[in-house]
Design a protein around this ligand. Sequence first.
Ligand SMILES: [Zn+2]
Length: 102
Amino acid sequence: MPYPHDIVCTSCRTHLRIETQGVLVIEMASFGPYKVWNADLYKCPGCGTEMVTGFGHFPIRDDHYAPDFGEWLDTAKTLAPKVIYDYEKPNRITITARQSKN
Ligand SMILES: [Zn+2]
């Protein structure tokens, strides 16, 4: 029986499972990165549909105008298990694998 917060895939008729905790979500605006969030990535075990939810109450950073924001974001992207971009409008290919340090 699903929990109240479960996400159900209507195609596979089962709930999505957590795939990766603590993904980095970069909320994009017309000028570039706007806010940065931590969230969880869920995946349907049947069809592979993925969905991001479980956002914190507040973003990690929302001061895109700060002098250190760009450098901080570059570092955060290399440390995160996955990076997901959130655009205002649909935009395909949003997940990148963790970058190798080699
Ligand atoms: Zn499915």
